[in-house]
Ligand binder design. Structure first.
Ligand SMILES: *Cc1c(COP(=O)(O)O)cnc(C)c1O
Length: 395
């Protein structure tokens, strides 16, 4: 073995064992090497007792999975390349032709779209329920129902559902069924910080790590956590058949963000509440939607079940303002970026066309705008909102 090119690939040096740093190591591989064929046959990646292939986990991805399971009070975690792929992974792991799934009318939009378009091709039917009305959920369960999605608070419109009551509806139905209906919570808003999802009784908690766990607005990733081993194994096997993987550099970013998640959550919560409170006193808004505000739908359930709130609130402009005026308001903001996502350092703003996003009638006439509050100072953000409102009124 004299050729340098060969030597560089089959190099004899191995670094000493025992490198101990506070930061987890970042290991990268497609191929994982085995010392013998016997070992190759024996190794099992599913219980994290060994490594077999990059897609099946590395010390880096196993570490993030274990930490996320702890954050959420679960036992098992599977990583997916985005929050949305974590949603579609749950759907594909659990649903077969002839099954039905339910999503709340205020669900994260792409969750509904995947079911409407993609799952429909496979003979799986979508039903939509009113998250604020447990008896509406009860009325829509039938022998074909297999999966119920939950979300707290609802995307964009911020209604806070009575999760224990919705879960109780499903449990009651399960008492007389051979095959249980599974509940899956999109826990991106709660992030494992605002409330303990498994203590409320959900079977699956999915998160867009893109939001709080990363916190940097620089990575896309999702997670699916369970306490139930059989449920986890079903998800894990579908995950491996689909070939979903996450890059080690991205896992590193989430591992780096995780230790500050509670700090960022608390700080962004405080700023968001202050701004939502201020907004509720401005005459330009017909409604301000944040579950900590007494008039916001689901306020009582929020106070009972949640210890904190995410960095989101929405405003409904008074109906006298046109779409163009509201869009002008958004354009005039200087500290709020115009863009999707949230829970990063920079505050963001997006106008939404609510009637187009709902199956049921949307109760407000004015245009809705959602704010995602970052890590800037509350006073600066408030001044920015005030100047854009004043400019809108002056135009
Ligand atoms: C952002 C988001 C997702 C999707 O996450 P991506 O990583 O952007 O795919 C899912 N659910 C909720 C509630 C979200 O806010």
């Amino acid at each position: 073995m004299s050729d340098a090119s060969t030597q560089l690939i089959h190099h004899p040096y191995t670094p000493p064992e025992g490198f101990a740093s506070a930061a987890p190591g970042v290991f990268k591989a497609s191929t994982v090497l085995f010392p013998s064929v016997a070992e190759m046959h024996q190794r099992d990646w599913r219980d994290k007792s060994g490594y077999t292939y990059g897609l099946h986990g590395t010390p880096t991805s196993f570490t993030l999975e274990e930490r996320l399971a702890s954050l959420e009070g679960g036992l098992y975690c599977t990583l997916a390349p985005s929050g949305l792929s974590a949603i579609t992974l749950v759907d594909m792991a659990l649903l077969s032709a002839g099954d039905e799934l339910l999503v709340p009318d205020n669900v994260y939009g792409p969750n509904r779209a995947f079911a409407q378009v993609e799952l429909a091709k496979w003979g799986i039917e979508l039903r939509v329920y009113d998250a604020m009305n447990p008896s509406d959920l009860a009325a829509q369960l039938n022998s074909k129902t297999r999966l119920v999605w939950l979300e707290a608070a609802g995307s964009v419109s911020m209604e806070y559902p009575d999760l224990p009551a919705l879960i109780a509806v499903v449990r009651q139905a399960n008492a007389s069924r051979a095959r249980a209906i599974v509940t899956a919570l999109d826990n991106t808003w709660g992030a494992g910080v605002a409330f303990a999802a498994f203590d409320l009784g959900v079977d699956i908690s999915m998160q867009a790590l893109t939001k709080y766990p990363s916190g940097g607005a620089d990575v896309l990733m999702g997670s699916v956590v369970t306490r139930d081993r059989a449920l986890h194994e079903a998800i894990q096997m579908t995950h491996s058949r689909l070939g979903l993987g996450v890059g080690a550099n991205d896992v590193e970013l989430v591992l780096r963000g995780l230790p500050t998640v509670h700090l960022r959550y608390a700080r962004q919560d405080a700023t968001t509440r202050a701004l939502a409170q201020w907004a509720s006193q401005q005459p330009q808004f017909a409604a301000v939607l944040h579950p900590a505000l007494p008039d916001s739908p689901g306020h009582a359930a929020f106070v009972r079940d949640a210890q904190a709130a995410a960095c989101l609130f929405s405003v409904v402009f008074d109906a006298r303002y046109s779409q163009a005026q509201v869009e002008g308001f958004c354009d005039r903001l200087s500290l709020f970026g115009l863009g999707y996502s949230w829970a990063g350092p920079m505050s963001l703003v997006v106008p939404y066309n609510m009637p187009n996003m709902r199956s049921r009638p949307w109760p407000h006439a004015g245009v809705l705008v959602r704010f995602a509050i970052g890590l800037e100072a509350a006073a600066d953000l408030q001044a920015d909102l005030a100047q854009a409102l004043a400019a809108m009124d002056a135009a």
